[in-house]
Design a protein around this ligand. Structure first.
Ligand code: ADP
Ligand code: ZN
Length: 731
């Protein structure tokens, strides 16, 4: 399964050949001459590639594909520590499993080129006295203004701050208008204190924590904390982190929405006295660089991050935790298609360290691994401090419909009124951003569609825009129908959170309403602020999409109303039932987490659906058993394996031609079924036409070998892309 083999300790003497892996999306290994220095596997090196200089990693023996006379020498070795052998093995493994070029995986591990330069080579710039003979362009003036206002910055950071190209800064340095100053070393990451007092655990929590402490002392294992919402799973895995800290090793916690996890960070600080190192897309470049280095040096002891934190170069990782392990946010679909939970287990195995998965609604994959004895289940059946689980009831929309043009049924309206009258908080949940998902012309029926995608434009009334949720394309709402030219004929169909907020303002005129969706609450700061306003009861009625479902703890929140519980059940997604069940359990878990009991009302047109029955009669185990049985019979994951191939290109005809060619070359093997080509779920995305093959393989039949051979046999023309997705989601 491994496509290139990283050799852990190999030395390469001067004037020999080595293979270097470059962090480029399509790259494999390139051979170079070592030059005068000796090199070892894992060394970061600068090498020539065409006219460019690229930083890569010495991977192993030369591949030998190029004649010696044509080989170029390595330019220099960087003085940073080498990429650890386990990181290299992990990159190889991920590349092999996902059938991605290893260079694309290395790119995820090397997201911070500046981190590789030695500290003493990092030079910051400070404004110097400007000599009269220096010509000052507008761009130069901007740089000098920024340099005067801010503490010394690296040239690249200074250029970005000033909004100019790097050459402008370089020119000013050469002219002496900026002077170099040594970069101050970054402040070290404070060490979390494992002996900082934590809460005293309940007997159930204690038993689970004891198990984890033992696991941390051993090698690879996978434990699953399966505990209802509010059972205190976080406090339990904090004990595992404490044990890891006491043993002097690093821990990684993966969260699905790290940028929105202010409450989680606050709890960590309470337990360990300081904040952990963080890793996510909202970090500044400087922070990113410091964190990358501190992880490599082993001084960042606990890292909490999004899925990409898996690829950091840990010096001595001793524990991996995946919180909300069922969350689909751990699956990356584009670029290297990988599932961070599954790759965390692989990383634990390669590094010989324990893995902890936590969830109130474990994924079917994890359930199957518990059943087969590969994973150990730690069960927390009760909420902390005796808080009761919320009661869940259905509102049958066929019998109790909202008035025409409204979305909240009389029963739900009454429940919200009662809750607010009691001085408590309520939440209305609808997993749909914007005002309305569909806008159509009342005269001719024309629907407003994205020109680049097979998708409707979603009205965002607050922003005054019609937006494609797939490619971001947006336009002003048209005043005239582009088809029949009728004026003001457009009607909004169906609700999004904005429309629910409008209805709520009308129904509950005295309530203070707050809307939380990924387009209204965009960064960590806004999220933290919103959460604070709810926690301090500046908001009575909270309206949100799935980002409110995640992990928050609001003691006064006692009612959750799910506006459309059926949303997500339709469509051909294998996991539709599972995911709807998980999401609704998660949302319901926000209600009644403290002394006051919670109540959940689910508006549905399908009260007899197994998901609704499972939610309201507490039959989670029955639901899982039925779901497992259906998947087993159909040979679907986790009992069979699935891969998807998406063939895409700008011209539909060429895409179809190539897809047919692929189909003709498909392997015909027992237990290896190729379905398609068929239009992909988004048959047009960002202007590319997409066709899909699904490959369904029995558990006991090899997937990777035949798949790789098939793809290699039919090379794609340059305009066509073939994306491989092993264990795809959304199908
Ligand atoms: P989960 O992650 O299982 O939903 P949390 O870990 O968020 O549950 O815990 C729910 C609430 O109970 C949090 O406010 C947490 O601080 C509190 N809590 C959990 N365990 C304890 C404990 N042993 N002592 C005091 N408070 C606790
Ligand atoms: Zn689009």
């Amino acid at each position: 399964m491994v496509s290139v083999a990283a050799n852990p300790s190999r030395q390469f003497s001067p004037h020999s050949r080595v293979a270097v892996l470059l962090p480029l999306p399509l790259a494999g290994l390139y051979d170079y001459l070592t030059g005068v220095e000796s090199l070892q596997a894992g060394d970061f090196v600068a090498v020539p590639l065409g006219r460019r200089e690229v930083i890569g990693v010495v991977w192993g023996e030369a591949t030998g594909g190029v004649a010696e006379a044509k080989l170029k020498p390595v330019i220099r070795r960087l003085s940073c520590p080498p990429l650890p052998a386990i990181s290299r093995k992990f990159i190889d493994w991920v590349a092999g499993y996902t059938i991605a070029p290893p260079g694309a995986v290395l790119r995820m591990a090397m997201s911070v080129p500046q981190a590789l330069e030695p500290v003493r080579d990092l030079v910051a710039c400070r404004a110097a006295v400007v000599l009269p003979e220096i010509k000052l362009t507008e761009a130069r003036r901007r740089v000098l203004r920024v340099a005067g206002d801010l503490p010394p910055l690296l040239p690249a950071d200074l250029a970005r701050e000033a909004g100019v190209g790097p050459a402008v800064v370089k020119g000013l340095l050469e002219a002496g208008a900026l002077e170099p100053v040594p970069m101050a070393p970054p402040p070290p990451f404070a060490s979390p204190d494992p002996d900082h007092p934590g809460p005293s655990l309940s007997p159930g929590q204690q038993a689970a924590a004891d198990h984890l402490r033992q696991a941390v002392a051993g090698g690879f294992s996978v434990s699953v904390i399966d505990g209802v919402t509010g059972s205190g799973k976080t406090e339990v895995y904090f004990e595992a982190i404490a044990a890891g800290l006491a043993a002097g090793r690093q821990s990684l916690v993966l969260l699905p929405e790290i940028a929105l996890s202010a409450q989680w960070l606050e709890r960590f600080r309470r337990r360990f006295g300081v904040e952990p190192a963080q890793w996510h897309s909202e970090l500044s470049d400087a922070k990113r660089r410091d964190t990358w280095r501190a992880v490599a040096a082993g001084t960042a002891k606990v890292v909490v991050g999004a899925r990409s934190a898996l690829f950091l170069p840990y010096k001595e990782l001793g524990l991996l935790i995946v919180d909300e392990e069922h969350d689909a946010g751990f699956k990356q679909d584009d670029g290297v298609a990988y599932h961070a939970r599954d790759m965390a287990v692989v990383r634990g195995q390669l590094g010989g360290c324990p893995v902890v998965l936590a969830s109130a609604t474990p994924s079917m994959e994890t359930v199957a691994n518990i059943a087969s004895g590969r994973y150990t289940r730690l069960h927390l059946p009760d909420r902390h401090a005796g808080a009761a689980l919320p009661t869940m009831d259905l509102i049958d929309l066929r019998r109790d419909p909202p008035p025409r043009g409204f979305w909240l049924s009389p029963l739900l309206v009454k429940a919200v009124e009662d809750t607010l009258a009691a001085g408590e908080q309520a939440m209305l949940f609808l997993n749909r951003r914007g005002y309305a998902p569909l806008t159509l012309c009342r005269k001719c029926g024309h629907r407003l569609q994205c020109p680049h995608c097979t998708a409707w434009l979603v009205e965002h009334r607050g922003a005054g825009r019609m937006v494609c949720h797939h490619c971001g394309h947006h336009v002003r709402p048209p005043t005239k129908c582009p088809q029949c030219e009728a004026e003001d004929s457009f009607a909004a169909c169906g609700p999004g959170v904005e429309r629910i907020a409008e209805e709520a303002a009308h129904r509950f005129p005295n309530a203070r309403i707050g809307v939380m969706a990924s387009d209204t609450v965009t960064g960590p700061q806004q999220a933290a602020d919103f959460v604070r306003r709810v926690a301090e009861h500046e908001i009575d009625l909270l309206i949100g999409t799935q980002i409110v479902a995640k992990g928050y703890h609001f003691p006064l929140l006692t009612l959750v109303g799910v506006v459309d519980a059926d949303l997500g059940l339709d469509g051909g997604d294998l996991r539709a039932g599972e995911r709807t069940h998980q999401l609704l359990c998660q949302v319901a878990g926000r209600a009644g987490r403290a002394e006051r009991p919670g109540r959940v009302l689910l508006q549905t047109f399908q009260p007899a659906h197994p998901v609704m029955v499972a939610l309201t009669s507490g039959g989670r185990d029955d639901f899982i058993e039925a779901e497992a049985e259906a998947r087993r019979l159909a040979g679907m994951p986790p009992y069979g394996r699935l891969a998807a191939l998406i063939v895409s290109g700008p011209e539909a005809g060429a895409v179809d031609d190539f897809a047919r060619k692929l189909a003709r070359a498909a392997p015909s093997l027992e237990g290896f079924q190729v379905i398609g080509p068929a239009p992909a779920p988004l048959a047009l995305l960002r202007g590319r036409h997409r066709r899909r093959f699904l490959i369904k393989v029995r558990r006991d039949v090899a997937l990777h070998g035949p798949l790789r051979a098939w793809l290699a046999a039919v090379p794609a023309p340059s305009a066509i892309r073939v994306q491989v997705d092993v264990d795809p989601y959304g199908f």
